[in-house]
Ligand binder design. Structure first.
Ligand code: NCD
Length: 315
């Protein structure tokens, strides 16, 4: 049994199989409509979510399975003081697989230590968000036909943005990746990522504060929201929240084949006028989230078409 707590829980080969399966699902949805018949997905969301929870649920429903769960800690026994460990022991009796989002870093890992079903981390605090990363990678590959030899700009809240942390860790495994890290000083990528991932693996990166100065270098621009809920002090949030606003004017400085990604939800960081730019890929990215989660559920449940399952080493 395998859990996905962070994106590196899948090897490069396994990640490629996952993305290939997601592509196949996107192209042949009919083939998969009954493949999870009789299976149940539990979605335990202790923190707000729209896309991640609903795309997990849509993924299972698209494959003929069923769903159960809760969408806030207040509506679960957590409000009575139950631990994650106890909750997951129960859920293991009710469902075949579980996606968990939690405000505390490491909570899905703790769950995986007590579960008898596969656990998928659907975002833990400011730490990791592996399924968003797989979604991002599927989108990058679809747009650029490769995941190597790319200059990736990450812009916004690089300190608290868990999608950023997971994406850097994952892309650092591919040849010829270079990062341009664009953020205010206070919201720079945490030191542990700089030291343990970028410096240790000799990945080229630069840090910048002004998007206009670097946008023309990028193959991908990954915009992020300033993570209001992780600030200790509201004044800091108000001061930093509009640090970056990508608009049509700034898009003129970018290459014709630079694609804009965003895990969503957006607040102000991408003006709606950019939505009509052919380089805006964030809604397609959200759609890809369903295919990637369908593929992941199939692989973890051992229900993927045979050749995929054998090659990925999951049984
Ligand atoms: C992201 C998250 O929850 O970390 N959203 C998502 O899952 N698509 C990004 C964010 O909330 O800013």
């Amino acid at each position: 049994m395998k859990h996905i707590i962070e994106p590196l829980d899948f090897s490069l080969e396994e990640t490629q199989r996952l993305l290939d399966l997601a592509d196949d699902i996107a192209a042949n949805r009919q083939k998969y409509t009954k493949i999870c018949d009789g299976k149940k997905l539990a979605t335990l969301f202790y923190e707000p979510s729209t896309r991640t929870r609903l795309s997990f649920e849509a993924a299972m429903l698209n494959m003929g399975g069923s769903i159960l769960g809760f969408s806030s800690a207040e509506s679960s026994s957590t409000a009575k003081g139950e631990s994650v460990a106890d909750t997951i022991r129960m859920i293991s009796c009710y469902a075949d697989i579980c996606a968990m989002r939690h405000p505390k870093e490491g909570a899905p890992y703790v769950a995986s230590c007590h579960a008898s079903i596969p656990i998928i981390n659907a975002g833990d605090g400011g730490h990791q968000h592996p399924t968003q990363t797989f979604t991002d990678m599927m989108t990058i590959r679809a747009k650029k036909q490769r995941i190597h030899n790319l200059t990736i700009g990450l812009c916004g809240d690089l300190k608290f943005g868990r999608t950023v942390h997971s994406l850097i860790k994952s892309l650092a495994r591919y040849e010829g990746i270079r990062f341009v890290l664009i953020s205010p000083y206070e919201l720079r990528v945490p030191n542990y990522i700089i030291e343990e991932v970028l410096q240790q693996q000799n990945i080229p990166y630069t840090q910048a504060e002004r998007l206009e100065e670097v946008i023309d270098q990028l193959d991908i621009l990954y915009m992020t929201r300033v993570q209001k809920e992780r600030f200790f002090n509201e004044e800091d949030y108000i001061r930093l929240k509009d640090s970056y606003i990508l608009d049509a004017e700034k898009m003129k400085l970018a290459r014709d084949d630079m694609y804009v990604l965003h895990p969503l939800p957006r607040v102000n960081e991408i003006a709606t006028e950019v939505d009509n730019d052919p380089r805006a890929a964030y809604f397609e990215q959200a759609q890809n989230g369903v295919y990637v989660r369908m593929a992941l559920i199939l692989l973890l449940l051992g229900l993927a078409p045979d050749e995929q399952r054998k090659e990925i080493g999951i049984c």
